[in-house]
Design a protein around this ligand. Structure first.
Ligand code: AMP
Ligand code: MG
Length: 423
């Protein structure tokens, strides 16, 4: 880490990631018995131990006829045809209580409890029914076929979900399958954010020459919403000392994390950096990455002495999204109490030459697809300028070109961090 005369600290992306992870402490407060409909996207605060086995009984996976596989050995005629007598009917939700003997079977529906003495089900479509008996060729059928074992999904007493799991739709269903209507989840992480810059317009503002609309507040809103945090939108703050001070004060007193965009690069004339310095313990970084070089990271002091974490993102719209994905999102997940779940990284062949300078990590917007040979290939989305938000809209992943690498040739394999679903 080296400090220059502007008090800007130069870091590699890996160093920046490690520093931010260190700063991110998990929330420990949790909320008990949150109803499942409210628990989607929340983070489990305790392991869920299965109070029952799922399914609770051996049951049929098909509509058909249940019997015991020992019948196979009794079948020694050349064509492998088995004939069994139907002695009952087992319906889902209605247990058939008899016992099935040799050369006998019970008609059964999907999900019905396997009758005593049965371990195999022949599907209806494979049998010919003749009055009270069935005939079928048993060649392709094996002992245990079409039977679901008790506990094959979850065994009673086993860990169904671990603390730190994000409750996905599948997890919601799994918790419900245990007969549990609610879950213990960590308190929602509160994140306040605002945009800064005198050249930025809000909807309804009179257009000014050289001014542009605020897009960062909407990309940040979207990315935070996908993450499942509680959002506190503090708007667009003009470049005035008083307005910034009041907003920083409000942000850190109402949130665990404060995210700003703009005003953190070298030579910024506005008051954002000065206010960050005044209100907390903040470092101004120059990260060897593109886009996203300048970033302010640290803590802001509340009046009671406690602290909120600050991420001062660069102003450029693509830089905001890239720094969020690469650095802020993993930190927020840690603070939410969530287990680390990095975005999937694919290797794909580049369809084009990509210019790259050694000495910084570059994040190019890519479109990954499969070519006619079934190989993953990636193209870049045209103009890679850090203000070109349409390049993010068209992309489905970020091509990550490591610090030391130079230009990419056509056919070179590159790493792509897929972001579909995350943003
Ligand atoms: P800065 O980091 O403040 O120097 O800003 C870098 C670039 O990002 C400038 O071109 C700004 O106009 C632009 N920018 C800053 N904030 C926003 C915003 N909220 N929405 C869109 N562009 C922004
Ligand atoms: Mg600025």
């Amino acid at each position: 880490m080296k400090t220059d005369s502007n008090a800007q600290i130069s870091l590699s992306i890996e160093q920046a990631f490690a520093h931010i992870q260190q700063l991110a402490a998990s929330i420990s407060d949790f909320e008990s018995d949150i109803a499942l409909h409210q628990a989607l996207g929340r983070v489990l605060a305790k392991d869920i131990i299965s109070p029952i086995s799922v399914p609770p009984h051996d049951n049929s996976a098909m509509d058909g006829y249940a019997f015991h596989s020992s019948a196979f050995s009794g079948c020694n005629d050349g064509d492998g045809v088995l004939e069994l007598t139907i002695i009952g009917k087992a319906l889902a939700g209605m247990v058939w209580r008899g016992t099935v003997g040799a050369n006998e079977c019970v008609q059964i529906t999907t999900g019905a409890v396997m009758p005593n003495g049965c371990d195999t089900v022949v599907p209806s479509e494979l049998v010919a029914v003749n009055g009270a008996s069935i005939r079928f060729v048993h060649k392709s059928l094996f002992a245990g076929d079409n039977r679901r074992k008790a506990g094959e999904d979850l065994m009673q007493g086993s860990v169904a979900l671990t603390r730190g799991s994000v409750i996905t739709p599948a997890a919601l269903g799994l918790i419900a399958s245990l007969g549990m209507p609610a879950a213990h989840v960590f308190k929602r992480l509160r994140v306040a954010y605002f945009s800064t810059g005198d050249e930025i317009l809000s909807f309804g503002d009179a257009p000014r020459e050289g001014a542009i609309y605020d897009s960062n507040r909407y990309t940040v809103f979207g990315m935070l919403t996908k993450l499942g945090v509680e959002i506190i939108d503090l708007g667009l703050v003009p470049d005035s000392k008083d307005a910034l001070e009041a907003t920083f004060y409000k942000a850190c007193s109402s949130a665990d994390v404060v995210i700003t965009s703009g005003g953190v690069s070298v030579g910024e004339a506005d008051h954002t950096k000065a206010m960050m310095r005044k209100m907390g313990d903040v470092e101004f970084w120059r990260i060897a990455m593109r886009p996203g070089r300048p970033m302010a990271v640290g803590t802001l002091k509340r009046t009671d002495g406690s602290k909120a974490v600050l991420f001062g993102l660069p102003g450029n719209p693509v830089a905001v999204m890239v720094t969020f994905l690469a650095l802020v999102r993993p930190a927020l997940q840690k603070m939410m109490g969530a287990n680390a779940k990095p975005l999937p990284m694919l290797q794909a062949k580049s369809l084009e030459i990509i210019r790259k300078k050694a000495g910084r990590t570059e994040y190019q917007r890519g479109i990954v697809s499969t070519n006619s040979n079934g190989e993953l290939v990636v193209a870049i989305t045209g103009n890679q300028g850090s203000g070109v938000l349409s390049s993010m809209v068209r992309a489905n992943g970020l091509i990550i070109l490591a610090h030391e690498r130079n230009d990419v040739a056509v056919g070179d394999v590159v790493n792509v961090m897929m972001f579909d679903g995350a943003i």
